[in-house]
Ligand binder design. Structure first.
Ligand code: SF4
Ligand code: SF4
Length: 97
C-alpha cells in the first residue's frame, strides 16, 4: 500500500504521509501565483481552476486566489503547464539555514 496510518484507499484521497514521507519534502522548486494574471481573480468569481483539476497531489484549493499546501506540493510544475494565463511560475526553494 502507498500510504500508512491514513485510512485512505483511493487515488482521489486527500494528501497524507506515504511510505516515502511527505511529497513536499522532495521539492526543489515551488509554485508562485500572480493574482493579477489569474483568470478567477480577474473575473472575481470561481472560474478556470485548471491548476486545481490537474495537480496530481490535490494540494491546490479550489477557490479564487488559489492557495497551495506546500506540505504536500512536490514541485512537479504541472500547474504551470496547464494554467492558461501564465499566472503560475516555479521558483527555487529558499536555502535551508
Ligand atoms: S501541480 Fe505540482 S507543483 Fe503544482 S501545486 Fe500541484 S504538486 Fe505542486
Ligand atoms: S489555472 Fe491559472 S488562471 Fe486558472 S485558476 Fe489556476 S492560477 Fe488561475
Amino acid at each position: 500500500m502507498g500510504t500508512r496510518d491514513c485510512g485512505q484507499k483511493s487515488a482521489m484521497s486527500s494528501p497524507c504521509i506515504g511510505e516515502a514521507g511527505r511529497t513536499g519534502d522532495w521539492r526543489s522548486t515551488r509554485p508562485e501565483f500572480d493574482p493579477a494574471k489569474c483568470l478567477a481573480v480577474k473575473a472575481g468569481r470561481p472560474a478556470c481552476f485548471q491548476c486545481w483539476a490537474y495537480c496530481p497531489e490535490g494540494v491546490i484549493k479550489k477557490e479564487v486566489g488559489s492557495e497551495v499546501d506546500l506540505t504536500y506540493c512536490k514541485g512537479c510544475g504541472i500547474c504551470v503547464e496547464v494554467c492558461p494565463s501564465g499566472a503560475i511560475t516555479m521558483i527555487p526553494e529558499p536555502e535551508e539555514e
